[in-house]
Design a protein around this ligand. Structure first.
Ligand code: PXP
Length: 242
């Protein structure tokens, strides 16, 4: 069954807008679980612009589904991850000036730093996923450094329209095939919404989707439980019979 990880960073973004205590991402995680989330995803950024150390630590105690931490190859955050021990760590690139994660990790260019991060996280018992563009040499590097999973960056697919969207989908399908052939789990995410998720959900052997913005945006209007349930439905409608 395809799993839905709900990224709740935006709940913390709203709280940090006033540097207050509400809304609490810990409450949001509980509601997302009630709506059927299979996982909760948070990104502890080096600049702590949304999720704070306290959120991640409390979530480790309260989340009953898979807790997935997104993090960059930053030694301070890697050390916190290894102490708190989420079920999974997804290694992402991070730039201070970006609004959101803009591209996949350049695992080929940063091979040593990525390999070191994978080793440290796995030594702490954390499964590692690398967030990569659908580029075959990047995917092959993930297997070389021993990652358990690759999360394919669906940002270009989400931005594309018409024939170009089909081309981007084909890149995801081809990279996904290589990921599975190399024995890693296949994940995907970024920019997915209620309209464009279906074709991605149909990719063969896709195990996990991580979705944040569109779910939290809908939750502002209809509530988080309902927003998560409706995304689960959109995914199920798109899934092939297996
Ligand atoms: N996957 C990864 C690795 C991400 O960095 C993000 C954004 O934090 C997402 C998925 C979710 O993207 P979106 O908020 O566009 O759904």
């Amino acid at each position: 069954m395809l799993q839905l990880g709900v990224n709740i960073d935006h709940v913390a973004t709203l709280r940090q807008a006033r540097k207050t205590y509400e809304p609490d991402p810990v409450w949001a995680a509980a509601l997302a679980e009630l709506g059927g989330a299979d996982g909760i995803t948070v990104h502890l950024r080096e600049d702590r612009r949304h999720i704070q150390d306290r959120d991640f630590r409390v979530l480790r105690q309260t989340v009953t589904v898979k807790l997935n931490l997104e993090l960059a190859c930053n030694q301070e955050v890697l050390d916190i991850a290894c102490e708190v021990r989420p079920d999974q760590a997804t290694v992402v690139p991070e730039r201070r000036e970006e609004v959101t994660t803009e591209g996949g990790l350049d695992a080929v260019g940063q091979r040593e730093a990525v390999a070191r991060a994978v080793r440290q996280l796995q030594a702490a018992g954390i499964a590692v996923s690398l967030f990569l563009d659908p580029v075959i040499e990047q995917v092959e590097l993930a297997a070389e450094v021993g990652a358990e999973a690759v999360e394919l960056h669906t940002g270009q697919y989400s931005l594309a329209r018409g024939a170009q969207q089909q081309e981007e989908l084909a890149k995801l399908v081809a990279a996904g095939r290589r990921i599975r052939a190399l024995g890693m789990a296949l994940h995907a995410g970024h920019g997915l919404n209620y309209q464009n998720v279906r074709p991605v959900a149909q990719i063969a052997e896709l195990h996990e989707l991580n979705i944040g913005h569109s779910i939290i945006a809908r939750a502002v209007l209809v509530g988080l439980e309902r927003a998560v349930r409706e995304m689960k439905q959109a995914i199920a409608d798109g899934a092939p019979c297996r």
